[in-house]
Design a protein around this ligand. Sequence first.
Ligand SMILES: [Zn+2]
Length: 70
Amino acid sequence: MSGGTACRDRRVHRPAWRVLVRRANYSAFNGYHRTPSDYSELCCRTCGAVWRTKAAYVDTVPDAEDGDYA
Ligand SMILES: [Zn+2]
């Protein structure tokens, strides 16, 4: 992962965005159980960015499918 750097070109790449984890956390400290959160984790399939956000636009981004995972 990139460590949280957001998409390099939000205007152009936005159609390639996918939600990896919607409104939740997966933490190594609790055995990777899903924990509800305000934040979602997104990825950009064009530039490879992965970032977390609680912005409203998450609701307009589709969930990732199996083929979307790097
Ligand atoms: Zn991008």
